[in-house]
Design a protein around this ligand. Structure first.
Ligand code: HEC
Ligand code: HEC
Ligand code: HEC
Ligand code: HEC
Length: 372
């Protein structure tokens, strides 16, 4: 009898172990060139969470055009960006704005309900800048967002303050002399860099200014590498940024790189080129909007410890997914956010680097010069 119970318990444990192993098993799919070992790993058990996170609220049906209605200028007093819409398009989009950004409070999050034309609420003034920013992303940053583009939902997902925004991080408390720099010690709680012992604020360095993200020499012999400051510190802060990017997209390094040679563009996957544009786009959004016009409108309690405004990172749109909303576009439902008829916006657009046939990503001469 005892033996039966023993065998039964062992069998049960085995069943549970197989069950849990199955629940958390990982699938790997090879996506790079043959033999390059560029695998994507994912856990099927996590897919339902990802689908829920990336769901899109149902759009109201698009109204048929009605030429008997007044124009937007005739009907409203203070429409500065969306003046290229019809009144029907405008009302439908206002409803969507409420669903995307303030589903609980609704119109009043941005408006004084007694006077919809008034700009008294800062949230309305910020929303107007956000409309310009969204149109700029969709019309001018297609090198990154392609035809998929973004709406307010891509970042906000029903929150007035979207997840994945970031502030310049305060220096951690000084450590006693002799223990070195706190930056390079294990820093639990700094999620951006996965609690590693790397510099903890790579984003301020790389997602605002045009600092070069390069550490690997392009010519043999260390002394002849003309790229300045390629020291250990530069390598650490580069890796910190790369860890942030990988986490923000929910991928491994070899989603973009061939780990044989991180710096080599011909060995990298096309996704790395998309990411290259993403980095430039994020810098542009932060400089042209978040750190300038948006920060100027936000109340002080929304600013960071150093008075800096909240900023966009890769995670603000991606939220741990390789493509925001799993690559689904909302353009067919909200073409208004792709229209560019409003007042001219300062572009700051960077033209794509020259493309060569046998190196689909970046020209070789720029690799040698170390700049692109
Ligand atoms: C997230 C902020 C936000 C929400 C929520 C919002 N609006 Fe607006 N609303 C704006 C902005 C910004 C403008 C100005 C647009 C422009 O300048 O192009 C505006 C303008 C308007 C105007 C034009 C007023 C005038 O005479 O100039 C009306 C009407 C309006 N909204 C109605 C609504 C209604 C109704 C709702 C709720 C269903 C709503 N809005 C929800 C941001 C918002
Ligand atoms: C690229 C990402 C992104 C997109 C797209 C985007 N926003 Fe934002 N939005 C932000 C960030 C980042 C903030 C600052 C959050 C903070 O205060 O920490 C913000 C703040 C706001 C605020 C102020 C919230 C508050 O309570 O302080 C409003 C209102 C807003 N956005 C409306 C919109 C509207 C409307 C759209 C679409 C037209 C839009 N946003 C599109 C990233 C985005
Ligand atoms: C989503 C794509 C992507 C992922 C994932 C990614 N990287 Fe990168 N990596 C890039 C891009 C793009 C650059 C070049 C940035 C630039 O030039 O502005 C780069 C640059 C680098 C460099 C500098 C290469 C040089 O020329 O000196 C190193 C090292 C690096 N990555 C390591 C990593 C590591 C380690 C990981 C995983 C933790 C990783 N990367 C994940 C896109 C990615
Ligand atoms: C404004 C929103 C937004 C931000 C911010 C953003 N992305 Fe993206 N990204 C997108 C969209 C939308 C796509 C899908 C484009 C498509 O399918 O053509 C995308 C696609 C990508 C892809 C291609 C994925 C694939 O499998 O083809 C990579 C890689 C990527 N982004 C990296 C980044 C990195 C790195 C950052 C931060 C430096 C970043 N993104 C910031 C919106 C954004």
């Amino acid at each position: 009898m005892k033996r039966m119970i023993f065998i039964f318990s062992v069998a049960m444990v085995a069943v549970f172990m197989i069950f849990f192993a199955y629940q958390n098993h990982t699938i790997s799919i090879h996506t790079g060139y043959r033999g390059s070992g560029q695998f994507i790993l994912y856990q099927p058990s996590k897919l339902p969470d990802s689908i829920a996170l990336n769901s899109i609220p149902e759009a109201d049906p698009i109204d048929d055009p009605d030429p008997t209605l007044p124009t937007i200028r005739q009907k409203y007093k203070n429409v500065q960006v969306l003046d290229d819409l019809t009144v029907l398009e405008f009302s439908r989009l206002m409803g969507a704005l409420a669903t995307w950004v303030a589903p609980e409070v609704g119109c009043e999050y941005c408006h004084n309900p007694k006077n919809l034309a008034s700009d008294e609420k800062y949230t309305k003034r910020v929303a107007r800048i956000m409309l310009k920013m969204t149109r700029k992303i969709n019309n001018e940053w297609t090198a990154h967002v392609g035809g998929v583009g973004v709406t307010c939902w891509t970042c906000h997902r029903g929150n007035s303050v979207p997840t994945g925004d970031w502030y310049t991080t305060a220096k951690l408390d000084a450590v006693p002399p002799g223990l070195g720099d706190k930056q390079n010690q294990s820093t639990p709680g700094i999620a951006n860099i996965a609690n590693t012992a790397l510099p903890f604020d790579p984003l301020s360095r790389y997602l605002i200014e045009d600092n070069e993200i390069r550490v690997q020499g392009t010519v043999p012999l260390a002394g002849s590498n003309a790229i300045p400051q390629n020291g250990v510190r530069k390598a650490e802060v580069t890796y910190a940024l790369m860890i942030y990017i990988s986490k923000a997209l929910g991928v491994n390094c070899n989603y973009c790189h061939n780990t044989r040679a991180f710096g080599s563009w011909p060995d990298s996957k096309p996704e790395r080129a998309t990411a290259w544009y993403g980095i430039r786009m994020v810098r542009d959004l932060n400089k042209s909007f978040l750190l300038s016009s948006v920060a100027a409108e936000l109340p002080s309690y929304r600013l960071g410890e150093f008075g800096d405004g909240p900023k966009v990172g890769c995670g603000t749109c991606h939220k741990g997914t390789f493509k925001p909303l799993l690559g689904k576009s909302m353009k067919a439902d909200y073409p208004e956010l792709w229209r560019a008829g409003g007042p001219q916006i300062d572009t700051g657009y960077i033209s794509p680097p020259h493309v060569e046939v046998n190196n689909p990503i970046v020209p070789r001469e720029s690799l040698v010069s170390g700049r692109y």
